[in-house]
Write a protein that binds this ligand. Structure first.
Ligand code: NAD
Length: 266
């Protein structure tokens, strides 16, 4: 039980397919105590209460673009768990442009702002409110989930690519600041395509999922495997890892072409 005695907050569990759902189950198995959070609308539509019961975790609604709701999330979490926070999972992403199938050359800029706010700036807000309210224990570990479109172009990913670049930059900048403050750590995990509600909302996702599977020498990383990686990053086994974007993608990001793909084109 490598998380025994640790207290955390896990965002973004909508249903069993969510990466955050798997992280919560693994945190529970590893002895952590945590609260769960999601946007109030998603709480009504999703199954987060079921997960809360299973993990004996309080569910606290918060739109993570709202400072007041984040403040309330920390206040309630600290009082429920009777102590400060050792880990945070940011597992939140949404693009109105992707949802409404707006082309990259025809972006709605109000929606672009929304994409950036929900998918990246919300992480800054969580960390800034955490710093101001002094809710993080020494050596705390915050992790956000990213995607390789931050570094390379995947046309279907649209303005989410900008959001992921910003998210990774926030992890570096805030990682420095919190490291100096109290040895807290901040990282992003760049995860393989994974079949979830957010993932499948991207057009051509299944074809790309199959392509990535064939490109990666180890195959795509699953949500369960991502959860294991999160557990490692929340634990004391990874104390000096901070300000990193960590690829968890079966080798996809370092592969030019694979034999499987060559075979398909021969
Ligand atoms: N699925 C993939 O292929 C993949 C790959 C790499 C990274 N990721 C990232 O993993 C994270 C989790 O996504 P997922 O694939 O598990 O899908 P998911 O749809 O299960 O999770 C996304 C979550 O974001 C929440 N959310 C949206 N707006 C919010 C807001 N304003 N406040 C609070 N929560 C809000 C949703 O309710 C949902 O629970 C996202 O950051 C996503 O970009 C996913």
């Amino acid at each position: 039980m490598i998380l025994k005695g640790k207290k955390g907050i896990i965002s973004g569990a909508l249903d069993e397919s969510s990466i955050a759902w798997k992280v919560a189950e693994r945190c529970n198995e590893e002895g952590a105590e945590f609260t769960l959070t999601n946007a109030p609308m998603a709480m009504r539509m999703g199954k987060i209460n079921e997960l809360g019961e299973k993990c004996n975790a309080e569910v606290i609604g918060a739109d993570l673009t709202s400072i007041e709701e984040i403040e309330n999330l920390y206040e309630e979490s600290l009082s429920k768990m009777n102590g400060k926070i050792d880990f945070i999972l940011h597992s939140v992403g949404m693009s109105p442009n992707v949802r409404k199938k707006k082309e990259y050359g025809d972006l709605n800029y109000d929606w672009l702002n929304k994409t950036l706010d929900v998918s990246a700036i919300s992480f800054h807000k969580m960390l800034q409110v955490a710093e101001k309210n002094n809710v993080l224990n020494e050596w705390s570990s915050s992790v956000a989930l990213s995607y390789v479109a931050a570094q390379r172009t995947f046309p279907f990913y649209s303005d989410m690519a900008e959001a992921k670049s910003l998210l990774e930059s926030i992890a570096r900048s805030y990682g420095y600041r919190l490291g100096k403050l109290n040895n807290s750590r901040v990282n992003t995990i760049s995860q393989s395509p994974t079949i979830t509600t957010a993932g499948s909302g991207i057009s051509g996702f299944q074809a790309f999922f199959n392509y990535a599977e064939k490109m990666s020498p180890l195959g795509n990383a699953t949500a369960d495997e991502c959860a294991n990686y999160c557990i490692f990053l929340f634990s004391d086994m990874s104390k000096k890892i901070t300000m990193q974007n960590l690829f968890h993608d079966g080798g996809f990001s370092s592969t030019g072409i694979s034999e499987d793909i060559i075979e398909d084109f021969s």
